[in-house]
Design a protein around this ligand. Structure first.
Ligand SMILES: *Cc1c(COP(=O)(O)O)cnc(C)c1O
Length: 348
């Protein structure tokens, strides 16, 4: 190493799913929504002249829209550049203990990356053999707790009783519930906000709102937590949200009917797809998300993954302990899924 390299922050970065550039791909590898965003978003004519000005550092319009939508006060909502930004900011803000933060062994693979980046000690707690989270693994003596609900990449939702149990045993640290997929199933922890000042619920526009490319995420919690997040944000970059994202994000929130309809379509396709998987000899934890985490009784996941890719069908494969015989398959359009099912029928 060169002497100056000793002072470089060394991290092993998160690897996002592939964004293939070739045409004619069936893309079921990064949990995007197969349907376009609300027509209100698509048709909105932006006044590009206003890009001359800095964006609103408070992203006030969007914060107000979200607070109104969820029946919260404006000072209970924090927005950021995708929930990845909100989560990273939350790690930096809330996880400053010498004790390890806790999260499941099988979970969103960005958590350990942020922990390493920010030098936060962490420990994982194994999910049981059915990928269920056991709340007694998360009892006191830690520096904070985070898990997604529904979990990623399993798609399995924990009941509100489990979330409440974790909160009951963690009154003195921050508990973050990452609800990236909650619109597709499961019970939201939002109803617990009034009981737990230390609870932060994080959501995204990337999946259920078909706006992955706009990069909008948000957190909801007590005014104390939101103030702490804002203090860190304003110590880092005041203008995280760009003007088009603020304006178009508001349009999405306005269109509840389209939002519900899109989600219902994805859920219907998921239910059909799960039946087809069963017929083909796959098993999977029952999904409450916009993807299914499936394993086959005889054909290795990696083989299916590679064969699918040759057919320009992209799904996600994680070469990691306990899950290296699983595929995470995003729910696409009915047509996408029929093509996939007929491919799977052939290879199996
Ligand atoms: C997709 C995802 C995110 C990040 O979403 P953004 O696009 O950054 O909003 C966060 N957490 C989980 C569990 C996810 O699956």
């Amino acid at each position: 190493m060169r002497p100056w390299e000793y002072n470089i922050r060394k991290v092993v970065p998160y690897t996002p799913g592939e964004q293939p550039k070739e045409a004619g791909v069936i893309k079921l590898n990064t949990n995007e929504n197969p349907y376009p965003p609300s027509p209100g978003v698509v048709e909105k004519k932006e006044n590009l002249e206003q890009l001359r000005l800095y964006s609103d550092p408070t992203a006030g319009e969007l914060v107000r829209a979200l607070a109104g939508y969820h029946g919260l006060d404006e000072d209970q909502v924090f927005v950021g550049v995708g929930s990845d930004d909100v989560l990273a900011m939350s790690f930096l803000t809330f996880f400053n203990s010498d004790k390890p933060i806790l999260f499941p062994d099988i979970t969103y693979s960005f958590y350990d990356v942020w922990a390493d980046l920010f030098r936060i000690p962490y420990e994982t707690r194994p999910l049981d053999t059915s990928f269920e989270l056991n709340p007694s693994d998360y009892e006191a003596g830690n520096g904070g707790v985070i898990f997604p609900n529904p979990n990623a990449p399993t798609g399995l939702a924990a009941g509100l009783d489990v979330v409440r149990d974790v909160l009951e045993h963690n009154r003195d640290v921050i508990v973050i519930i990452d609800e990236a997929y909650i619109d597709f199933g499961g019970e939201s922890a939002l109803t617990l906000l009034q009981d737990y000042e230390n609870l932060l619920v994080v959501r995204t526009f990337s999946k259920s709102r078909s706006l992955a490319g706009l990069r909008i995420g948000y957190a909801m919690g007590s005014t104390r937590l939101i103030k702490a997040l804002n203090d860190v944000k304003y110590s880092y970059n005041s203008y995280t949200m760009n003007t088009p994202s603020i304006v178009l994000g508001v349009e999405s929130v306005k269109d509840e009917a389209y939002f519900r309809d899109t989600i219902a379509r994805v859920v219907r396709t998921r239910e059909w797809f799960e039946q087809e998987l069963t017929r083909l000899g796959f098993s999977y934890p029952r999904s409450s998300a916009n993807f299914v985490f499936a394993t086959h009784e005889s054909v290795p996941a990696k083989e299916i993954f590679e064969a699918a890719k040759k057919e320009k069908i992209y799904v996600r494969y994680f070469d990691k302990p306990r899950i290296d015989n699983y595929l995470r398959i995003t729910i696409g359009t009915d047509e996408d899924m029929r093509t996939l099912v007929s491919f799977l029928g052939k290879i199996i």
